[in-house]
Ligand binder design. Structure first.
Ligand SMILES: [Zn+2]
Length: 177
């Protein structure tokens, strides 16, 4: 039975490499890790890399209304997890297109935030400043709405980490003026 542990990671109960179910926990490099007794593979756990796109036009910020859990109906920065085989820049372009319908170009990194033990476990969020290359907004399948908000009247946000990223983005924008 595979269950989420405290940090949101999945526990290892069989070896994905050789198929053995002889898994033992050992202290390796200062942490408790799952080890396959049959083939010796050590199961390291790592945070998941993700991206968000920051589009600020006339001091207003682009947000997406969530149509999926967690917290359906709240708002968040457009973005998502990096897929295998793509760069983080490709991921932010893809996610923004999927969620908002617009094509974007990542132009700068605003900040990098690490969330420990959140809804998705440990996640590293790379926040890109993006420029729009098209303007026809169409909410994606997972989104209920797409809209720009002034900084001082932002709606309820899904993730605390996004609040911190947004604050940093607006501070940087002011600093650049
Ligand atoms: Zn194995």
């Amino acid at each position: 039975m595979t269950e989420l542990n405290k940090t949101g990671s999945y526990d290892v109960n069989y070896c994905a490499h050789c198929g053995s179910d002889e898994i033992e926990r050992k202290d390796i490099d200062g942490r408790r890790r799952a080890v396959c007794l049959s083939c010796g593979r050590v199961y390291y756990r790592n945070p998941i890399p993700s991206v968000v796109g920051i589009s600020i036009i006339n001091k207003e910020l682009l947000l997406v209304k969530r149509g999926v859990e967690p917290d359906i109906g709240s708002w968040c920065l457009p973005g998502g997890f990096v897929e295998m085989g793509e760069t983080t820049e490709e991921a932010v372009k893809r996610e923004l297109f999927e969620e908002t319908g617009v094509k974007v170009k990542p132009v700068d990194i605003i900040t990098i935030d690490t969330t420990i033990g959140g809804f998705y476990g440990d996640v590293v969020v790379i926040a890109y400043e993006v420029e729009l290359e098209s303007k026809d907004f169409v909410p994606g399948d997972d989104a209920l709405d797409v809209k720009y908000f002034p900084y001082d009247i932002l709606p309820r946000l899904t993730f605390h980490s996004h609040r911190l990223i947004i604050d940093t983005a607006f501070e940087k924008m002011d600093a650049n003026k």
